[in-house]
Design a protein. Structure first.
Lengths: 362, 618
């Protein structure tokens, strides 16, 4: 956050006009939209009417605009009379991610840490991140029945940080929080629509947030207990076996996880003369994830891969490095798991095993 | 701005809905669909990777003449040159084999090309190897076209009897619904000779002797015949281990306690009419006992074998039952030499024949023409290879077993020189001096509406709008592809000299060979693994391998009274000791070691006799 968070109020009736004014900024506006089939996707909108406000949350996280499923490192084109021409993709034009949920804001903070706060900085991510303005839409109730963000460190239906602007529905208004310079650019655009926030609207927001956390979330995940056991190497082999029994090695949990960062590098051809080096999301749950060049590693079993997933999420990268969980409680893994074994169930299996059997998993 | 189109996964017959998303016509990714009634946002490993398939480095970009790039004119001219003499011959010696993942529109064009241009009834699709026979068996007993309830209905059943413990490999989405149903309170019974995973989480696992599944199910139906199994006295002595009798009695008890019973049958694992008939009989018996409530959930292995059957990509047409041609297995049988020329569309024959079988087939054929989106082992052997638009590059529909026509959108343009299959066929027809068939989706649908029963109220415009529409499966005449085959009752194999023949060789449809995971389409490195699996291989219990000094991944000699073969052995702990599992895509190897399939060649893919065997290091 850059300095003090400014607070304003926006009449709910003026939201459409606010979206219209965002479109006037000249940035691409990427917002939840509904397909004819009924699915929600964050897509570029051209009119306020395309913005779907009643959307719960999307199955594919809007972080795909910062960390796409596939992206080009460089393209090459062979030349008959000289060295090949190598072209880097142009930097992305500025865009606004409108109405992203607090869990996805938290996920972007994890991605920032992974891609920007390590050496070397990931320039592809950096370019996208710098081009992005994040306008969060806080939840007044769980966005879906699979949500469990309050169980995650620093998580919850209202983002504490990481956004440029946050909108929280409070009765017939939105509480508008402006936290960064990018956010102030949006605030200027909305100048005619905003009024100073009253103490009452802030109190009401806090009260409805507490009520949501304590009364409305159905899914509970004891991540803290699971992290303690995983970090202390107290999980036995039977637990990984039990989780693996339900794992189809499809990779969906990490493909849809907004926090996951693993990618694979591949070369593709466009034709005989041109091609590209790309990176694409990878998953530690796939059979071949640990395979080395020339097929060196084979037989890395499903329980071992499950263990790697859990250690990565609950210990290594996030908790041990940043003190945060590698899970933001969005619940997408619950929806997409063929074995119906999302993070809360994994935590439960890890947590419940008897202590006397511990320590055999390593 | 990226393009996002709805599609149906082409990897099996579950019919999972998804989206394909593309940026700049170059990179394509798979996106799951939460709103889809089949998948609800879940996809298996293959579904997640279909986006990679669209713009794969294995994609065929130009026509090939004996493996060398050629122009379209050259390739079409050569194909016509090869086909023309055959058209003028006295007997139709030409055949067409298609993949089970062609769309209805492509299937209609292929059927038109076979019957009206080539004038041959020898046309079939690969659904015969994994779907057709079982579905026919189900229909034969019930007397009506089979229509599977939606998979999501599984959660409404009290007892689920699953006949494949490797359902997660064969049809992951169906397995996911089975597990969901169990979580919601259904009891799960798994009946299988090997437990490949589902047995471990089931409430009851009935382990039977290899090959005895239909005998066990028949006995179950017979037991229910008397007082609905109140006094079970079934003799299971020969059908499995001693505990089978107890487990069988428990299953009878579970059946008596359950109001609604689902029998889940992966057609990939049971591709014989006999299996379909036995399961259908069992369902009928349960219904007779309980006054209804039992359903068969057949899950097919190919995405559009149902629709291709409707479009005429089968050797027997319902309205012309006497005009039958050769089926898939007959066309591939090099020992009989029934064909001189073969056109293979979208299918990799190596996935059914092994290397030796491919060589034999090529030797038999004077002409082999391949039309495909990918460079395949089959295309390497072809005289002419023509590149066609594949998944995501053309629109089209699939028909699924639950009576839906589902639409696949087009997310990118044709890859390099690829052309739409109906256009390729029309160009060939013109070259051969025959009347070309319809070439565009709209033209094809005009003909489908007029000629294919059940499809009158469907159109591409409506499918583009709604993604899926119901068709009237009951209006479609049952196919005439098979005849009733009485399979012999199960009998244990008797071995005269057990010391000499220590092992029993058995075949099983094993999905591992095509589950390559995420790098399936994108890494040339994977060729190595594909080569390993495509080399002849068997699986053995690790203890057997250790005792006989066999090393994993190393060649061994497997010998039976019929023949011997050098294969690679892989350890597989789920097997019982004393068993050798021969993954069933290796048809040639099975014939060498186990003899021909027991049933007629038109319908029996897997019914190979269990065979005594011995092994040694190569």
């Amino acid at each position: 956050m850059e300095g003090e968070v400014e607070t304003y109020a926006l009449a709910a009736d003026n939201l459409t006009q606010a979206v219209q004014q965002l479109l006037g900024l000249g940035d691409r506006v990427i917002a939840p939209t509904r397909t004819r089939k009924g699915d929600i996707f964050f897509r570029q909108i051209e009119t306020p009417e395309a913005f779907e406000l009643d959307f719960g949350n999307s199955l594919v996280s809007p972080v795909q605009y910062l960390r796409p499923g596939k992206e080009v490192y460089f393209e090459y084109s062979l030349k008959a009379d000289g060295p090949p021409e190598i072209t880097a993709p142009p930097p992305p034009s500025p865009f606004i991610l409108l109405a992203i949920r607090p869990c996805d804001v938290a996920a972007i903070q994890c991605l920032d840490h992974f891609f920007l706060q390590r050496d070397p900085v990931d320039t592809l991510y950096q370019q996208r991140r710098e081009a992005a303005t994040l306008i969060a839409l806080a939840c007044v109730e769980p966005a879906a029945e699979t949500c469990f963000c309050p169980c995650c460190e620093g998580g919850g239906p209202v983002a504490e940080s990481g956004y440029d602007v946050q909108l929280t529905p409070v009765g017939d208004r939105y509480l508008v929080e402006v936290a960064t310079e990018k956010g102030r650019r949006v605030r200027q655009q909305w100048a005619g629509l905003l009024e100073p926030a009253t103490a009452e609207i802030i109190e009401r927001r806090d009260a409805q947030k507490d009520a949501a956390i304590h009364q409305l979330f159905q899914v509970q995940a004891n991540l803290a207990a699971a992290i303690r056991r995983v970090s202390a190497s107290q999980v036995n082999a039977q637990s990984w076996e039990e989780i693996a029994q339900h794992c189809y090695s499809c990779g969906a949990c990490s493909y849809l996880c907004p926090v996951c960062t693993c990618f694979d590098v591949n070369d593709i051809t466009y034709d005989d003369q041109a091609g590209a080096r790309i990176r694409q999301l990878d998953s530690c749950r796939l059979f071949a994830y640990p395979r080395e060049a020339a097929g060196g590693v084979r037989g890395f079993s499903t329980p071992q891969r499950v263990r790697m997933y859990a250690f990565h999420k609950l210990a290594y990268d996030h908790f041990q490095e940043r003190g945060c969980y590698g899970c933001v409680g969005c619940g997408r893994c619950i929806i997409t798991c063929l074995g119906h074994m999302g993070m809360p169930t994994i935590c439960e299996v890890i947590r419940r095993e008897p202590a006397e059997e511990a320590g055999t998993g390593h | 701005m990226s393009k996002l189109v709805p599609a149906v996964c082409p990897c099996c017959g579950a019919g999972c809905g998804l989206y394909l998303e593309s940026e700049d016509d170059k990179l394509v990714v798979t996106v799951p669909s939460r709103a889809d009634a089949v998948s609800e946002g879940r996809l298996c490993m293959r579904g997640w990777q279909v986006g990679d398939m669209v713009r794969s480095s294995l994609h065929l970009g130009t026509p090939l003449l004996h493996g060398s790039p050629a122009s379209w004119d050259e390739a079409l001219h050569r194909a016509v040159e090869l086909l023309q003499p055959m058209l003028n011959g006295p007997q139709p010696a030409l055949g067409i084999i298609t993949a089970g993942h062609l769309t209805n529109e492509e299937g209609f064009a292929v059927a038109h090309f076979a019957r009206n241009v080539l004038d041959t009834p020898n046309i079939d699709n690969f659904g015969r190897s994994v779907d057709g026979p079982t579905i026919w068996g189900l229909e034969q007993v019930s007397g009506r076209p089979y229509e599977r309830p939606p998979l999501r209905d599984l959660v409404n059943y009290d007892l689920i009897i699953c006949l494949s413990s490797n359902l997660g490999d064969l049809n992951a989405q169906a397995c996911s619904w089975v597990v969901r149903a169990q979580q919601m309170g259904a009891s799960l019974a798994v009946v299988d000779q090997i437990d490949d995973g589902l047995g471990q989480v089931a409430d009851l696992y009935l382990k039977h002797a290899p090959g005895a599944v239909t005998a066990v199910l028949r006995l179950l139906a017979q037991t229910l015949e008397t007082d609905c199994g109140a006094e079970s006295s079934a003799d299971l002595a020969d059908l499995g281990p001693p505990q089978l009798a107890t487990e069988f009695a428990r299953l009878v008890g579970m059946l008596q306690d359950s109001a609604k019973v689902a029998i889940v049958l992966s057609t990939r694992a049971f591709s014989t009419p006999h299996a379909g008939m036995v399961v259908s009989e069992l369902a009928a018996r349960i219904n007779a006992c309980k006054g209804g409530g039992a359903e068969v959930f057949a899950v097919n292995g190919t995405p559009n074998s149902v629709g291709l059957g409707h479009m005429g990509v089968v050797p027997y047409l319902a309205e012309q039952p006497d005009n039958g041609g050769l089926g898939l297995f007959e066309m591939l049988d090099a020992t009989e030499h029934r064909l001189d020329g073969l056109i293979v569309i979208g299918e990799e024959l190596m996935s059914w024949l092994d290397r030796d079988g491919m060589d034999e087939l090529r030797e038999m054929l004077d002409v082999l023409i391949v039309v495909d989106s990918f460079r395949t082992a089959t295309s390497r052997l072809a005289d002419v290879t023509l590149p066609m638009c594949g998944y995501g590059e053309r629109e089209g529909s699939f028909t699924t077993l639950d009576g839906k026509v589902r639409w696949n959108g087009k997310v990118v343009g044709p890859w390099r020189q690829c052309r739409y299959l109906p256009r390729i066929l029309a160009e060939l027809a013109q070259g051969l001096g025959r009347q070309p068939g319809p070439q565009t989706i709209e033209q094809i649908w005009q003909d489908i509406n007029q000629q294919v029963p059940g499809y009158q109220n469907t159109s591409p415009a409506a499918l583009r709008d709604f993604n899926e529409l119901d068709i009237d499966l009951q209006a479609i005449p049952p196919n005439q592809d098979y005849s009733v085959v009485e399979a012999p009752d199960y009998a244990p194999i008797e071995v005269a000299d057990p010391k000499k023949w220590q092992y029993t060789l058995m075949s099983r449809y094993d999905a591992h060979w095509w589950i390559y995971d995420g790098r399936m389409w994108s890494l040339p490195l994977l060729y190595r693994e594909m080569r390993d699996w495509r080399a002849g291989h068997v699986m053995m219990h690790p203890k057997d391998m250790e005792r006989d000094g066999l090393r994993p991944g190393r060649p061994i000699i497997v010998e039976t009274a019929r023949g011997r073969a050098e294969v690679v052995a892989h350890p597989y702990a789920n097997l019982d000791e004393g068993l050798i599992l021969l993954p069933a895509h290796q048809r040639h190897l099975m014939e060498v070691l186990m003899g021909p399939a027991r049933c007629d060649r038109r319908s029996c893919a897997l019914a190979y006799q269990r065979t005594p065997a011995r092994v040694r290091r190569a």
